[in-house]
Design a protein around this ligand. Sequence first.
Ligand code: ADP
Ligand code: MG
Length: 302
Amino acid sequence: ATPTALLAGTSRGSKLGILIKSAQVLEDTRHVNTIVMDKTGTVTAGQLRVVDTLAFETFSPGAVLTAAAAVESRSEHPIAAAIAAAGRAQGSLPAVTNFVSAAGGGVRGEIQDDAAAVPNARPVHVGQESYLKSEGIQLTGSQREALRQQQERGLTTIIVAIDRQPAGLICLQDTPKPEARKAIAELKELGLKPVLLTGDAAPVARAVAQQVGIDPADVFAGVSPEDKVSQIEKLQANQQGVAMVGDGVNDAAALARADLGIAMGSGTDVAMEAADMTIMRSDLHSIPTAIRLSRATLKLIK
Ligand code: ADP
Ligand code: MG
């Protein structure tokens, strides 16, 4: 290879806000034909907003939101930030002890109930259905139906359990980045097949895929951080080259495993360390730009 051309490529990249870890990375783009994208924070803005809180049984929506917000104030997930903000807007939050976070699943902790006749600590779980199930908490048929209904609206919906009983649902809205549809169309024009990979539920993922022009057959939802890696490996076994775009701690292993890992600069340091390239602007157009830049650079070498 001609190192000068490769170096020119990487320096041109940095002017475009595309940081390339080593010139070798440009070579890696040569065989990429599939581009796997994380949903939250990559395809979507990742600025979630609580739009609804529903309560089950004798719980009130206010109590559900306050309990969830208290526990989520200890987490850095974009879902947590939105729930904590909504809860704080409602009033002060109880203290939390024994906080535990399960990546790609949810969080739990104990809130101090000072209003009780005898002050006590109540367990609170906040997360997706599989996480609550792993903690031994099950939804009834009608609660699950309520969950599905919200997900079908395209809302990321989180279950809150108090005292190990399902207490309610918190529905959050996220929106695709304004340029997502156009950038994905450009990737297709470059001959790349876009795939959506997410830990969120299938109906929510399909709603986003539909808005941005990703085939519903190319949506992999409910995928845990470890399964994101095996999903990349599965695609690699079937096709030639897989690029992965992500921003979260939960994407790091998949970014490292992909033939070309691309981190969003707006994301976590862990993702950027694992990736081959970092897109400094959160603009998705940088991805087709990076692919075109690599191809143009490699052409000079041939
Ligand atoms: P993504 O693949 O969209 O980046 P994650 O792997 O981080 O999502 O999380 C997958 C799912 O796990 C979320 O959609 C949510 O249901 C649940 N989850 C993860 N972290 C939290 C949290 N801090 N609070 C509530 N739910 C969470
Ligand atoms: Mg993400």
